[in-house]
Every structure is written in structure tokens, then in C-alpha cells.
Design a protein around this ligand. Sequence first.
Ligand code: NAD
Length: 486
Amino acid sequence: MTATEGRHDLLIGGERVTPSSGEYLTTVDPATEEPLADVAVADASDVDRAVAAAREAASAWRDVDPAERGRVVHRVADRIREAIDDLAALESRDQGKPLSQARSDMSSAARYFEYYAGAADKLEGKSVPVGTDQVDFTLREPYGVSAQIIPWNFPGNILARGVAPALVAGNAVVVKPAPTTPLSAYRLAELCLEAGVPDAAINVVSGAGETGAALTRHEGVDTITFTGSVATGQRVMEAAATSVTPVTLELGGKNPAVVYPDADVTDVADWVETGIFTNAGQVCSAVDRVVVHERIHDRFVDEIAARAEALTLGPGTDDPDVGPLNSAEHLERVRDYVATGEREGATLVTGGRSPDREGWFFEPTVFDDVDRGMTIAQEEIFGPVLAVIPYADADDPIEIANDVAYGLVAGVFTNDVRRALRAAQRLEAGNVYVNKWFGDTHQTPFGGYKQSGIGREKGLEALDSYLQTKNVAIDLGGAGGDLPGA
Ligand code: NAD
């Protein structure tokens, strides 16, 4: 069968180049299982070329007047908005997500470029009052080459989340998209070049884990932003240790919602429906576990199960409620977790199987009577599978919520403001949502506690991953003779 999206070569130094190995991988439409595109696989020598090109571009890009750098990056946002229909359709086909969600991802990608563009000429250092014998100030300087490793669940959006602040801070980037969803990376990088980002300030090297490994151990990379699973994040950190390269790690979650008995059950079910079934649950900040008081538990389970059963499944491009999972391998993983949940004694309320159709679909699934220690309460499933954990007056729901290795996001539902704020203080997560889900915006810092990661994306805080501080001390003719550490 022919691939409808054609052949994609690497993007290095502003040009499309064939991979040294001549190897291409075929991406597949997850809704039809038909080939979508042939995509170049970069080996270590291609990664070498891309990093060398980026190094050269970085030294010129950092010296571009910051206001002009901001204008260029702002134009990227404009280009994305002009191309949004095509971008959304491409992402929906490649990733499988419903068209309206792909559109929202791309509109959000534009917003990242717009948001960070405004920061380009505001990356200020500070002066430090060290007395009258010395003037002391700090400079915030780019690292140089930023490696960006992207997962397959929000491919274009996560690219924008990292590339926009990296470019604004004056770095050049080398992007490694996920092997099953590389198409939007090439399109977005081309839009960056059209907007005036210099050739080689953005490069794309597609491929699988080996390409990523070649990039993360490369001596010419100055900082790494990795978004993906904990297991791969650990490998990235090990590779980075060899050359002492800083890492920002945005990893997985097993995110709890704590629901107190005074919460509005219908409201909670609305938020949880969005929180777990958006993008078929392939969201790092999905609501995976609902820790709900026994007094309202039955009503909540009835409401969320009814919602799950009413959701439509179909190819992303038809804009259903729920699209397919992204790969056959991932579908298998989700099925295994569901089988484990049943084996360990959780009650399957609804869903739990694939519908009888082509494509990698899985039904929206709700498990009840989940014990906090069960596998489905501890491990990230990354699919449309909700675990409901009832609690009684004698239990501490926050303790149950915190009882996992992850700490990405958490939510609390209650109408008692004191209870909400106490919960927000105690929940071990980088983001806490109160009476809502997905409460983070472009302007708010996002990242994990515990094994969910290191560093923050989004908001002005993300710029810290792309800027290093230099302190400058100038003698004004004082007494002299300072000793180290004095
Ligand atoms: P993954 O870890 O399998 O892969 C992520 C990326 O790393 C891919 O591009 C992959 O090719 C690359 N890679 C694989 N092996 C590598 C290696 N040895 N060195 C360098 N790169 C390597 O993750 P995934 O399955 O693509 O994505 C799903 C995971 O991402 C979930 O755990 C999810 O929670 C997490 N995620 C986190 C966030 C966040 O912001 N915290 C956002 C989205 C997804």
C-alpha cells in the first residue's frame, strides 16, 4: 500500500537530507492500520550533523537583537494559525486523536510561540548589592544547543512547549520526535524556518530510541528536554551524566482526584470524564485514580459509567469523542493492565475490551473497588481506564492519593475552602487542581514531584531550563585581597 503522506527526510541545516543509513520507518494510521508516511531514521552520524549545524547556528542566533528574536518567534505563532486546518488534520491522522482535540493542540502550540515571544527582550539579570568596593550583576545566557525529545501523545504541542522558550532564550534546537508520530514535527519546523528562524537553529532528526540515545549522549548538546516515560527518562539522565548535561524531565503520572463527601457529584463526573477520556487517556496529566468518599461513591460510579458508555469511538478525523490508541503495541499494554486489574480483584464496571473493528481502539473503561496497592492503582496505564478507590471516614484520602511513586498533578473536589487548601498543601504533585481538571495554562509552571520529573515547563519558569546564570564582579578599587568563599 502507498503511504498517503509521502516520504519525509531529515531536516538538518535548513535542508531536507536523506539519512546516512538509507533507512526509513513507515508510520501507520492508528484508525485504519494503513501506512501513512515513510520517515527517515537518523543514526549517530546524522545526529552528529544536526548537532554540528545547530552549534553553528546557536552562536549567531544568541546575538540577534532580542526584540527581533521575539518578532521572529511571534511570526511562528502566526504561521501556525494560518496552517491550523492542515496541521490539525495531519496530527489527527498521525496520532489518532479527535480532530477538535488536534486543533486545540495546534492552537495551543501557536500560543506557546506567542507567549514566549514576548519574553525575548525581558530576560533580565539582576544587580547584587555587595558594597561600595565592587559592582556585581548577573547575565542570563543561553546554553547553546537544546535537544528536545518528544513523546507520541501530544507531538506538535509538546514540541512547541519546549522549542518556543528554547529559541526565545537564544538556543538552537535539535528535535527528536517519537517514531509513531513524527509528521507534525517536520511541518512545525518548516513553519519556524518560513517565519524567519535561521536555517539550522531548528533541526529535526526522526527515528526511535537509538536516535534519541545518540542525541542525549552527544557531547555537543548543552541541555536536554525530555518528555516521556520514567524508564526512558532514567536512561536519558544516565546518558546526560557522562557529559554533565543538564536535563529537564517531564515524565509520567498516576494522578489522583480526591473527592470529599460535600462535592457536587455531577460536576465531578463532568471533570473526570474529560480528565480520563480526552485523547483516549493518553495524557500525562489524566485523572487516573478517583479517591472518593463512600457516601457519594455509588452515585459517582453510576454517573461516570453512564458517561463512559455514551462516548462515541471512531477515527480521529471524524472527530468522535474518543479515537484509537496510538499503536498496536500500546493497545496490547492497555489490555494487559485491564486483565491484571480483573485478576487482582477490581470490579470492571464498564468497558474493558476493544470494539470489533479495524484500528487500535479500546473502550472507555471504569474499574471500581480498586485497592490502593493494586497494579492498576500504582502504574501508569496511559489509556482510557479509570480506577475508583472508595474511602471511609476513618481513612485519610490524601495519604491514599500520595501513595504512588509519581507526583505530576492531583485534584481535589470539595466546597469547603479550608479543606481544599489543606489538601492542596499536602498533595505531592507539581500541579493541584481544585474543583476542576487540566487547570494548567501556558502561563503556569508545569512539572512533576517525585518520579514525575525534574524542572518545569510552561510559564516563565520554563525559561530557567534554557538560560544559565553568569555572575560578573567588577572591582572599583577597594582594599582587595578577597579569599575564595569569603
Ligand atoms: P517513551 O519514554 O517511550 O518515549 C519518549 C521519547 O523518547 C520518544 O521520542 C522515544 O523515541 C525516545 N526514546 C526512547 N528511548 C530513548 C533513549 N534511550 N534515549 C533517548 N530517547 C529515547 O514515552 P512515550 O511512550 O513516547 O510517551 C508516553 C510517556 O510520556 C508517558 O509516560 C507520559 O506520561 C509521558 N508524558 C509526560 C508529559 C509531561 O509533561 N510530564 C507529557 C506527555 C507525555
